[in-house]
Design a protein around this ligand. Structure first.
Ligand SMILES: C[S@@+](CC[C@H](N)C(=O)[O-])C[C@H]1O[C@@H](n2cnc3c(N)ncnc32)[C@H](O)[C@@H]1O
Length: 310
């Protein structure tokens, strides 16, 4: 996607010489690349003129936007994928390879590199627009007044919850670097008056006494020790009647066992790991929370609910 070949062909640049000039490519090498891309079905070639296929049309569609971003060799998706070149380090040490490859651990790079952070945040937001409505509808929010989304990113999940439950006061807690895009997203979702942004780290003490502490799709980014530290911060901040909701999207009971590529991605990128429901329940216990219940809802959404042990 970096050479924009599907775009150029779709705009009418269909012959080799003009395509090489427009893409800034070495003509003979581009010809070899195009021969391969025709071979794998990304383009057609008839009498020296290239055309699109169903596959390249899909890449150019609106739905293909995130994949175009991911496949851009100059973009943040490739920067993340390059962590896989440090797989050996990750397997030998059990920790993230991102810092070994790029010289900076992922979350430090993420705070400094606006493109990387927005790219990552936009992917999470796209998922949250799907999971948010289910959580908003299925969980009983009637007796809840205050809810804080810990590591809530741009706030898409919470936006869905408060929109469906106008009686709620919401807060998104995330790293200070996320604040500009979170404020923008909350305003665009029309909930800026109902949800405020709290800059901070979930490894530090959290705002106390909120009715619900949501921890959505955060724990996968961390090893067990750090995941327990995050949940312990929630347990310390929670009041007697408070609840901690771990929200995850899990592909069935054997999720951790079969979600092998995501599991390795969590390891090489972040030093994290995929887990199943029983693993999350064990973390709840270690963090000093009592398990209330674990529920599974449409779309594989799983909520593991805990309350502070007193
Ligand atoms: C995988 S995303 C999940 C986002 C969101 N909760 C969701 O369900 O879409 C992880 C989030 O953790 C945040 N994060 C990472 N380190 C953090 C820290 N130390 N304190 C607070 N948030 C942090 C990131 O900025 C990011 O928004």
């Amino acid at each position: 996607m970096t050479l924009r070949l599907p775009q150029l062909v779709s705009e009418g640049t269909t012959e080799l010489a003009p395509l090489a000039a427009a893409a800034g490519a070495h003509r003979e090498s581009l010809e070899r690349l195009m021969r391969h891309l025709v071979h794998i079905g990304l383009f057609t070639e008839v009498d020296g003129s290239y055309g699109l296929t169903a596959l390249s049309r899909q890449l150019l569609s609106e739905d293909g936007a995130w994949l175009r971003g991911w496949l851009d060799l100059d973009g943040p998706g490739t920067r993340m994928d390059l962590a896989f070149t440090g797989m050996l380090h990750a397997i030998r040490t059990g920790s993230s390879a991102y810092g070994a490859v790029h010289g900076t651990p992922f979350w430090d790079d993420y705070q400094r590199n606006d493109d990387l952070r927005r790219f990552f945040g936009d992917i999470m937001t796209a998922h949250a627009w799907q999971t948010g409505p289910v959580l908003a509808a299925e969980h009983d929010w009637a007796d809840v007044r205050t809810v804080i989304d810990v590591g809530g990113g741009q706030g898409a999940l919470l936006a869905e919850i408060v929109r469906a439950n106008p009686h709620l006061d919401g807060e998104v807690l995330d790293l200070p670097a996320v604040e500009p895009e979170a404020r923008q997203a909350l305003a665009a979702a029309g909930v800026a008056g109902q949800v405020s942004f709290v800059p901070g780290s979930f490894f530090d003490p959290l705002p106390t006494g909120r009715d619900v502490y949501v921890v959505s799709r955060v724990l996968t980014d961390w090893n067990d020790e750090d995941a327990v530290r995050i949940l312990r911060r929630c347990a310390e901040a929670a009041g007697d009647g408070s609840r901690v909701l771990i929200v995850e999207v899990l592909a069935g009971v054997d999720h951790a066992k079969y979600n092998t590529s995501f599991d390795l991605q969590s390891l090489v990128l972040l030093g994290g790991q995929e887990r199943g429901v029983a693993d999350f329940e064990a973390l709840v216990d270690k963090a000093g929370l009592d398990l209330v219940e674990s529920r599974t809802w449409p779309g594989g959404l799983v909520v593991v609910e805990g309350r502070p042990r007193r």
